[in-house]
Design a protein around this ligand. Structure first.
Ligand SMILES: [Zn+2]
Length: 378
């Protein structure tokens, strides 16, 4: 019978719990029930997991990652032209960070101009202003408001950072989870519990971008990778983890490993949402592994950036094809959706469909042309 690898209580249907080997917040789906008991699962590394989830939220958001619970948060960024704060919402729609309200007082007269992000917010603002300006006619203001949904004729830029103790701890937990899941003996990782519980610091995780790239994903692939190697000849147990093929880590789990040889790889395709079989070439000797921590790579940033840009590019393609599909299904719904199922499609209905499709798609095409012209000018 399986035991909780942390406290060794026997796992039963009452106390078992699902533990995501890679954070579900990052799109991880593998969640065996035979790793941790409920008690140990709650709280074990939670705060570190949250920081890793936050640090990778931009990629989860842009790639439209689906989680078991909840959605990735909006990304906070700035408009390239004005520096104004903006959000990229899950699904790709941009949103102002706050409403814009201007009040121009000219003697007895006050001119108000409000740009709100939605109707609800607009009404709230009006209510607030009514207290200040009792003469304000709310009904009139609602009636005369203009509702606009338009493409943003600008780009939003944002910064992404990852690293630090908490992220390293969360990564270590993924490596341990996978080691145990693949039948590894807990005695080789118990010394890491105090580290995961933030009771001590260990220097066992680092970003890993060697000159010869360890793994090059195929053209449109975005995946998570874990490889765990236990080599009793070299007396080492270590793991290599890639998140989104962007954030890559080496984890030294044990320097005195004398267990059975282990060599396990898990690759999860985030676009296809399924496990894929990949070869992750990695084979360090004891000396090489220890050297990675003696002489740390202190400038991995250019490599991270390159990988980041590749994935963001793929994410943008994905979002734009999703968006086009949305426009077309909206046009179909608007035109043909109102007829009962089984209605014979007439020439008039087709004309209506074409008209609605053009109405949906034209603004997008104009926007793209405008962008293209501007890019050509640069
Ligand atoms: Zn337990």
């Amino acid at each position: 019978m399986a035991k909780c690898y942390k406290c060794e209580v026997e796992l039963t249907s009452d106390n078992e719990s699902e533990e995501h080997i890679i954070l579900n917040a990052c799109g991880g789906r593998l969640k065996p029930k035979n790793l941790l008991c409920k008690t140990c699962n709650s709280g074990f590394g939670d705060s570190c997991d949250k920081i890793l989830a936050d640090s990778t939220n931009d990629l989860s958001n842009l790639l439209l990652i689906k989680r078991h619970r909840g959605e990735p948060q909006s990304i906070k960024g700035k408009l390239t032209s004005t520096g104004e704060d903006y959000y990229i919402q899950y699904g790709g729609d941009p949103m102002m960070s706050k409403p814009i309200i201007s009040e121009v007082v000219d003697g007895e007269k006050v001119e108000l101009s409000i740009t709100a992000r939605n109707e609800k917010e607009y009404k709230q603002i009006l209510k607030g202003l009514k207290r200040k300006y009792p003469q304000l006619n709310i009904e009139e203001a609602i009636k005369t408001a203009e509702y606009k949904k338009e493409y943003l004729d600008d780009t939003i830029h944002f910064q992404s950072t990852i690293g630090g103790k908490e992220v390293f701890r969360s990564i270590t937990k993924s490596a341990i989870n996978y080691f145990i899941y693949k039948g590894g003996d807990r005695k080789y990782i118990v010394h890491l519990f105090d580290y995961l519980d933030e009771k001590e610091d260990l220097d066992i995780v680092w970003m890993h971008y060697p000159e010869n790239t360890i793994y090059a994903p195929v053209e449109s692939e975005v995946s998570h990778v874990i490889r765990v190697i236990g080599n009793p000849n070299e007396k080492i147990l270590f793991a290599y983890i890639e998140l989104f093929n962007v954030h890559n880590f080496i984890i030294k789990l044990n320097e005195n490993y004398d267990g059975v040889p282990m060599d396990e790889t898990y690759t999860f395709d985030l676009i296809e949402i399924k496990e894929i079989i990949r070869v992750i070439p990695l084979n360090y000797t004891r000396g090489q592994l220890l050297d990675l921590f003696e002489n740390k790579d202190d400038k991995p940033f250019l490599k991270v950036q390159k990988r980041f840009e590749r994935v963001v590019g793929l994410a943008m393609k994905r979002q734009s094809s999703n968006h086009n599909q949305e426009l077309i299904s909206r046009a179909i719904n608007n035109s043909l959706g109102k007829y009962p199922e089984g209605t014979i499609i007439t020439k008039e209905m087709i004309d209506e469909l074409v008209k609605d499709t053009m109405k949906e798609i034209t603004p997008m095409i104009l926007h793209q042309l405008k962008r293209k012209n501007r890019d050509d000018d640069v």
